[in-house]
Design a protein around this ligand. Structure first.
Ligand code: PHB
Length: 368
């Protein structure tokens, strides 16, 4: 018997985003898993993984590069070639067949890459030629990040065009929408924050200038998708990938103000720091400022997710590691069942182990 309290959970209430009907408020967060096939093409194994998780109100795919120059890690899927579109199409079909909805996260890593990963050993690009501290994950193991090349202002329209092409490909692949990845120290975030953006042109200096690229990318992809089918992800104070901003609350207050103009489907915020630093940003303030749906992410449990929804601090909760380890997370929350423990050793790369072999309640029942 499901206990009444769990089945009354606000996490299990539906939500309409424009014309999309989410069956619950539990979102599968984007998770890099490095298991794309040859040519960074999504394959059958990835299809099984996502379709197993179709119980989510919305699945956001792992970050997917918008061009060969936008890649930063081995075996991450792309959304720039015809074969990749075909691979994703089989996946969106499988998720739709099980009643799920799916957005693809569009990714340009900027400086978080390495020449060995890029066509013709190109230098990674960034707002400014600042070498991030740390190491790139390459096909030959970990290698120190290099000093990237600052994008010339004349190259920016080409970057925006890559987002548009990827947005078109996402449509052809049958996705329900797109999420623009502007978080976690990748290209768009590198532009937003002043630790990585030292430009002196129209794309650097003031926050109005630093958020110009994100604003232009959103404007451009709105020619492809209705605004309600576009989400944006931010991480105002995540230090991951050697990121910093001198005034995160003010910076992201301005960014949220800019996003409000676009009437987006949702704003997805990684609250706090992936490396464990204390929170400095007041997310309830950002949430109050944002006029659309707010999706919160970073270590939420069932209880804290419910508290956040009940308090009006979020409309949706994105679960990463919990969905990774529990394909039927929604069912488990509904029944108050125990959760599988995630195995960190199998997060990145490999095969079905730690990917598609986490048991669901049905499987446990059958094997009991
Ligand atoms: C990662 O591969 O570590 C990674 C990728 C995308 C993110 C965050 C982390 O947004």
């Amino acid at each position: 018997m499901p206990d009444t309290e769990s089945s009354n959970s606000p996490l299990l209430e539906p939500l309409e985003i424009g014309d999309l009907k989410l069956k619950n408020r539990m979102v599968m967060a984007p998770l890099t898993r490095n298991r794309a096939g040859e040519g960074n093409v999504p394959q059958d194994l990835n299809k099984l993984y996502y379709s197993q998780r179709s119980g989510a109100g919305l699945i956001i795919t792992e970050a997917s590069q918008i061009s060969p120059y936008a890649q930063g890690y081995p075996a991450t899927p792309g959304i720039h070639s015809a074969a990749q579109v075909a691979g994703w199409k089989a996946i969106t079909q499988a998720v739709h067949d099980k009643g799920g909805l799916m957005f693809i996260q569009l990714w340009h890593v900027g400086r978080i890459s390495h020449p060995s990963m890029l066509p013709d050993n190109a230098l990674p690009v960034a707002p400014s030629a600042i070498q991030p501290k740390g190491e790139a994950v390459t096909y030959d193991g970990m290698q120190p990040f290099v000093t990237p090349r600052a994008l010339d202002i004349d190259e920016i329209p080409g970057v925006i065009a890559d987002y548009v092409k990827a947005a078109e490909n996402a449509k052809a692949a049958g996705f329900d929408g797109i999420e623009i990845h502007a978080a976690n120290g990748y290209l768009l975030d590198q532009f937003l924050r002043d630790g990585s953006n030292k430009r002196t042109d129209a794309y650097g200096g003031s926050i109005e200038n630093r958020m110009r690229l994100l604003d232009e990318v959103i404007t451009a992809v709105k020619a492809v998708w209705p605004s309600s089918r576009i989400g944006v992800r931010l991480s105002p104070e995540n230090q991951f990938n050697d990121m910093a901003d001198s005034t995160p609350q003010a910076t992201f207050t301005a960014v949220v103000g800019m996003l409000n103009k676009h009437d987006l489907g949702y704003l997805h915020v990684l609250e706090g720091d992936m490396l464990g630093a204390e929170h400095k940003v007041d997310y309830t303030e950002l949430r109050k400022l944002f006029t659309g749906f707010y999706m919160a992410n970073n270590g939420y449990t069932q209880a804290t997710g419910e508290q956040s929804l009940n308090a009006g601090n979020a409309d949706l909760i994105a679960y990463g590691q919990l969905f990774l380890a529990n394909p039927d997370l929604v069912e488990r929350f509904k029944r108050g069942s125990e959760l599988n423990e995630p195995d960190q050793a199998t997060y990145y790369g490999g095969d079905e182990k730690g990917y598609t072999d986490y048991p669901s309640l049905e499987l446990e029942k059958l094997s009991a």
